[in-house]
Design a binder for this molecule. Structure first.
Ligand SMILES: [Zn+2]
Length: 128
């Protein structure tokens, strides 16, 4: 997996605050498009914080690291990169799951952190 190693070493260098992701077509050449639907949950009041749908096309940046929507959260977020990679490797079309925010904000109790439910749909290019 030369691509993966390359990606990891770039991230480890930490030269850039937010390393630019290569386009989707480069990371996952077999993929024609990805749709990610997310429902953000907050633990206490207003349990559903927001709904979000992200469409990623081959020309778009292959960025599956979604921000945490909670104010005061630092270094948080939801990284769907490994989920998407696994799906593409097994040519899976759909996946569902749940993730909790990994961040830590000064203001926040970890129990108050957001979580998301995600639904990922991957469309593949036709095989020749
Ligand atoms: Zn968070």
């Amino acid at each position: 997996m030369p691509q993966k190693q390359n990606y990891a070493s770039k991230a480890e260098q930490g030269m850039l605050k937010k390393p630019p992701s290569p386009p989707l077509s480069e990371c996952f050449p077999t993929v024609a498009g990805i749709v990610i639907k997310m429902t953000y949950y907050r633990k206490r009041a207003n349990p559903i914080l927001m709904l979000r749908t992200v469409n990623i096309l081959p020309v778009d940046e292959a960025c599956f690291n979604m921000n945490c929507m909670i104010k005061g959260c630092s270094d948080g977020g939801f990284d769907l990169t490994s989920v998407v990679s696994k799906m593409v490797m097994s040519r899976k079309g759909a996946a569902k799951g749940k993730l909790s925010c990994l961040g830590h904000g000064d203001v926040l109790d970890p129990a108050e952190h957001a979580s998301v439910e995600y639904e990922i749909g991957v469309r593949y290019k036709r095989l020749r």
